[in-house]
Design a protein around this ligand. Structure first.
Ligand code: BGC
Length: 455
């Protein structure tokens, strides 16, 4: 079964990870600027102050995307560039940056996919409670409106939130990401709820402006639970576990707690059994707002773990000693791209968009001046062949965005490892397409047919 002819091929980035220019043209700090300044929070004391200098080099970057054959580009916006006070007065210069970026993309024949929130809450809103403050959702709707008014006739594809699990669990519970909080269950349940309401307000604002012409989704992630074999028992057990209350590594990773309210209009019963008491008063009244119609569901998938069903229950059987892993020590498990999208499709009946997938490596420039990354080619090749199986299984898969277009600021890991198809020298800002970029160009060009060439 081949990739459908309208399959979207692209690559992704996020504002704070690539833009730099963090204090120019009226932008105010986000929680990531503040967090990165705190000693010991980010590897090597790295920050996004310069990053890939994309804010100043976007034309060059779009030209490179065109040369690399990208059909679509997923990027996010910096909230505090557009609304320096978090809400209220629009900073025209900040907004104009995204207008110019979108114009540049369109004239290069690249479809923009705009993510409204990829973790960089304005610090001024954080001071008022950030996601713990229900009013933040209204500010998010303002941000959405500002962008839809400015770009509404040119951007069709919108994504509200990127990986709410990560910014909730890592940012508000584990304290490992901005804003670095370690809240208890009581607050966390409220944070999750307010985040979902913010998503709802954003969708509402988009529909008011763009109606059905807009194609809207959101982008959760999950711990990937993959059947070790194709036996009906293993498949069933993994499907169950994927959508059940998950206390490992902590309950904020319960996939269905984030996705069911949005796509099914209700929190899962096993989540409510533990968290209902902590939800804000009248939380049920918000469910219709949270669950407005979406056109697709995004998902970001990287690592995965194999499980088998046993008479004593489900059991994890990986990683085996010496198993492949990324430079960040994430287990490589290609079948992740077959089973998670398939399970999601079966449960939610919406096209699934792979909004991120990629591999961290310690790439460098070789003596021949090129960047050879055979492991990234092999990884992407294997994952995409598995995605093709999901399509053959009957799942509707809308497209695939590789993470990332270029090496960038990897949050708490700083610039330690590299995820890009394009190598970035952070001293000189020189870009070099890696071997994987050349390989991926052919995959996109042939709509995936080249995946069946001999490796
Ligand atoms: C995030 C990206 C991040 C990538 C690799 C996802 O969690 O959306 O911002 O760089 O995975 O860690």
């Amino acid at each position: 079964m081949a990739f459908p002819s309208n399959f979207v091929w692209g690559a992704a980035t996020a504002a704070y990870q690539i833009e730099g220019s963090s204090s120019v043209d009226g932008r105010t700090p986000s929680v990531w600027d503040t967090f990165a300044e705190r000693p010991g929070k980010v590897y090597g004391g790295h920050t996004g102050e310069i990053a890939c200098d994309h804010y100043r080099r976007f034309k060059e970057d779009v030209a490179l995307m065109k040369e690399l054959g990208l059909k679509a580009y997923r990027f996010s916006v910096s909230w505090s560039r557009i609304l320096p006070e978090g809400r209220g007065k629009i900073n025209q210069k900040g907004l104009d940056f995204y207008v110019s970026l979108v114009d540049e993309l369109l004239s290069a024949g690249i479809e923009p996919w705009l993510t409204l929130y990829h973790w960089d809450m304005p610090q001024c809103l954080q001071r008022e409670g950030g996601w713990l403050n229900p009013a933040t959702g209204d500010a998010f709707a303002e941000l959405t409106r500002a962008l839809a008014v400015a770009l509404g006739d040119r951007v069709t594809y919108w994504m509200t939130l990127n990986e709410p699990q990560c910014f909730v669990a890592l940012g508000h519970y584990a304290g490992l990401h901005a804003p670095g909080l370690t809240l208890g269950d009581d607050d966390i349940a409220k944070v999750i709820h307010y985040v979902l309401v913010a998503h709802g307000k954003s969708v509402k604002a988009l529909r008011e402006i763009g109606g059905d012409r807009y194609k809207i989704g959101f982008v959760p992630t999950t711990r990937a639970i993959i059947p070790a074999t194709e036996s009906a028992e293993d498949i069933e057990a993994c499907r169950d576990l994927l959508f059940s209350f998950n206390p490992q590594p902590n309950s904020m990773w319960t996939f269905a707690a984030f996705v069911d309210p949005v796509l099914l209009g209700e929190y899962p019963a096993d989540y409510l059994a533990r968290f209902e008491a902590h939800l804000p008063a009248r939380w049920r009244d918000d469910l219709p707002l949270i669950s407005q119609k979406l056109d697709y569901c995004g998902v970001n998938l990287y690592a995965g773990e194999l499980f088998e069903s046993t008479p004593d229950g489900i059991r994890m059987v990986t990683p085996v000693p010496g198993a492949p892993q990324s430079a960040l020590k994430w287990p490589v498990q290609p079948a992740t791209l077959r089973w998670v999208p398939r399970f999601m499709w079966e449960r939610y009946k919406l096209p699934i968009m792979i909004a991120e997938n990629g591999l961290a490596l310690s790439d460098w420039v070789s003596l021949d001046g090129k960047v050879h990354d055979p492991a990234r080619i092999d990884y992407t090749w294997r994952y995409l062949l598995e995605l093709e199986k999901a399509i053959a299984d009957g799942a509707e898969i809308a497209g695939y965005f590789h993470w990332s277009l270029m090496d960038n600021f990897e949050w708490a890991e700083g610039y330690k490892e590299r995820f890009g198809l394009v190598h970035v020298d952070f001293e000189t800002q020189k870009r070099i397409p890696k071997d994987s970029a050349i390989w991926y160009r052919r995959v996109m060009e042939t709509n995936g047919a080249s995946l069946h060439d001999k490796p």
